[in-house]
Design a protein around this ligand. Structure first.
Ligand SMILES: NC(=O)C1=CN([C@@H]2O[C@H](COP(=O)(O)OP(=O)(O)OC[C@H]3O[C@@H](n4cnc5c(N)ncnc54)[C@H](OP(=O)(O)O)[C@@H]3O)[C@@H](O)[C@H]2O)C=CC1
Ligand SMILES: N[C@@H](CCC(=O)OP(=O)(O)O)C(=O)O
Length: 421
């Protein structure tokens, strides 16, 4: 699509998606579930066209770092997981139409709330094609339509995946325009989405994307921002357990937004904990960006420890790097996280219940964890079936966003002829 043809094409796509959103909102649960099962079958079949499209993206991505290339891969295992996700979402309770909190008022009317789809949402996300399927399947189940704009490095894969989604919608006699892809790497399309006829825009990505959307959007926005996630090893931590959890939080995968980027260690346990961690990570190639007090403890064991600068406390590395700071107490740890973190996910390692409770209450993040890896901040791991992403906003939805985050409510009033006096 050339830039001249872009805006008319997007407007047409928008009109079709809006119309489809109305049909999706009144579609039966059975039809929406049938579409999800049809999609699962198509993903499992891994058609040649999809494999070829993915190979094309991978061939063009030779210059990318290994973790970024890994995000692009749609192999049999990834497709099987996506198919399973669709089936799990089909098995979830349909949120649409559920009525809650019905109560009879003194006037005799009954007042309650009914869950309804948002309508039509737009989403901009990174070059990770599996997100197309997670977003599409959550949209279908929640009775919404969506317009997806994935990262440019995944364009061919996304095209092939959305074709499967549209085939599945057709098979279930639902409108294929309910899930649409913006089929261009032109970033002008992101600017267009900021002012499109949509009910919500979900930007999922780093600071550049969010800055642009925040400046340009006239539509409601639910930000899914970067993750500068922390682990705090408390004075009362079980250090063997802390070692395992911190290792997982940093090294299980380095590119996701829920990987730990910063380690805070209570001064009382630093001399015992940090050399053990440095020995473990020397073999894995982790580089420490360390405060003046932690640096000598690390350098006794590893050569991969450099002095931290002020900028390190706010850095999301997405690589085998981590910032390390010693703190005097829990207050200092909480203050540091609230000042430098990105309000995404933070964890405390402790056996001291009051400290754990204070951490949960006082750290201002979408997910707060006790003795668990920050890598768990994920819709699938939280039982949502899949996720749109991890909202770093506080309003409408916070943390992993699933079906409920794609719905809103309306008030319903049931009367028997009552009038107001
Ligand atoms: N909270 C969450 O749920 C998640 C957050 N993230 C965060 O995303 C980042 C990693 O992903 P990365 O690939 O670097 O993400 P980017 O922010 O680079 O890209 C994400 C999407 O935004 C687009 N984009 C980026 N900048 C602009 C801009 N200025 N104008 C218009 N479009 C833009 C990209 O398009 P193009 O292809 O053209 O570059 C892509 O489609 C990390 O910060 C990570 O923490 C990642 C996953 C989940
Ligand atoms: N919630 C997901 C995070 C996905 C994510 O952040 O993706 P990316 O930044 O593209 O590597 C997971 O835990 O796998």
């Amino acid at each position: 699509m050339d830039t001249d043809g872009l805006l008319p094409a997007l407007s047409a796509l928008n009109r079709a998606a809006r119309e489809a959103s109305r049909r999706m909102a009144r579609a039966s649960t059975a039809a929406r579930n049938a579409a999800l099962h049809a999609l699962a079958r198509r993903l499992r079949a891994a058609p040649e066209a999809l494999q070829a499209a993915n190979a094309q993206d991978l061939a063009a991505a030779a210059h990318l770092d290994a973790p970024l290339r890994a995000r692009l891969v749609l192999d049999a295992a990834t497709l099987a997981t996506l198919a399973e996700g669709c089936e799990q979402i089909a098995a979830l309770l349909d949120p649409v139409g559920a009525m809650t909190n019905l109560q009879r008022r003194p006037s005799g009317i009954q007042v309650g709330q009914m869950r309804v789809p948002l309508g039509l949402f737009g989403m901009v996300f990174e070059s990770r094609p599996n997100v197309s399927i997670e977003a599409a399947s959550l949209a279908i189940k929640s009775g919404n339509a969506c317009i997806l704009r994935g990262g440019s490095e995944a364009l061919h894969s996304n095209r092939a995946l959305i074709q499967l989604v549209q085939e599945a919608l057709r098979e279930a006699q639902l409108p294929e325009a309910a899930v649409q892809l913006i089929d261009t790497p032109d970033r002008a399309a992101v600017g267009w989405l900021c002012r499109a006829d949509i009910d919500l825009l979900i930007p999922r990505g780093g600071k550049g994307l969010i800055e642009r959307v925040s400046a340009e959007a006239t539509v409601p926005v639910l930000k899914h921002l970067d993750g500068n996630c922390h682990c705090y090893v408390d004075a009362h931590a079980d250090l063997a357990q802390a070692l395992t959890v911190v290792d997982n939080a940093k090294t299980q995968k380095v590119s996701p937004c829920n990987a730990t980027e910063s380690l805070l260690v209570h001064r009382a346990v630093a001399a015992e904990f940090l050399p053990r961690l440095a020995a473990l990570w020397a073999a894995k190639g982790v580089t420490f960006h360390a405060c003046p007090d932690s640096l000598p403890l690390l350098q006794r064991v590893t050569t991969a420890a450099v002095p931290a600068t002020e900028a390190d406390w706010g850095t999301e590395y997405l690589s085998l790097d981590i910032s390390v700071k010693l703190v005097d107490d829990l207050d200092a740890a909480i203050a540091h996280i609230n000042q430098h973190g990105s309000h995404h996910t933070d964890a405390i390692l402790t056996t001291h219940h009051p400290s754990a409770m204070r951490f949960l209450r006082e750290v201002d993040s979408a997910s707060v964890m006790v003795n668990a890896s920050t890598r768990f901040a994920d819709g699938f791991e939280y039982g949502l079936g899949a996720e749109i992403g991890i909202s770093t906003d506080k309003l409408h939805a916070r943390g992993p966003v699933g079906l409920e985050g794609l719905t809103t409510y309306k008030w319903v009033v049931l009367g028997e002829g009552q009038v107001r006096t």
